[in-house]
Design a protein around this ligand. Structure first.
Ligand code: ZN
Length: 151
């Protein structure tokens, strides 16, 4: 991993774990979706407000490790104002980066702070912590509403 990404990792995880963005229950959410990573004990509920095809608001609450909380926080900030299709595209890109299928250096602009999570591909057990929020959001936008489990 590049030193720049390692610094970004430290900075983003620390900041968003200590001070998670959009960390609240949302009243009158259009979608409420639960996500659970039994391997680590990460457990969150995500709330989405939709304006047609646009994600107008995202929030979450729950508890888990620093990586899962920081990932949820970064995702919530990033998805506001995006369309469902844009969210799905980012989900795919993020998944490819944290599983090591795609090099983050080639997508730094699209990834923004998400690039910080590229380092977890070195730790397979942590990949589920990083992707839990995204799997849960994917289910919220496209799925049946059944609780998401990474196992
Ligand atoms: Zn975790």
């Amino acid at each position: 991993m590049m030193d720049d990404l390692r610094d970004l990792y430290q900075q983003v995880i620390l900041d968003h774990n200590k001070n998670p963005r959009n960390f609240r229950v949302m009243d009158a959410a259009d979608v409420t979706q639960e996500g659970y990573n039994p391997l680590c004990g990460d457990h969150y509920t995500f709330y989405v407000k939709l304006d047609g095809d646009v994600i107008s608001d995202v929030s979450f609450e729950g508890s888990g490790c620093a990586i899962s909380k920081a990932s949820s926080s970064v995702m919530s900030a990033l998805l506001k104002g995006k369309t469902k299709a844009e969210a799905e595209k980012l989900f795919t890109l993020f998944h490819d980066v944290v599983t090591g299928a795609v090099s983050p250096e080639e997508h730094l602009e699209e990834l923004g702070k998400l690039a910080a999570f590229a380092g977890v591909c070195e730790f397979p057990a942590r990949v589920k912590c990083a992707t839990l929020a995204w799997h849960t959001m994917h289910e919220a936008l496209e799925g049946s509403g059944a609780p998401v489990s990474t196992e």
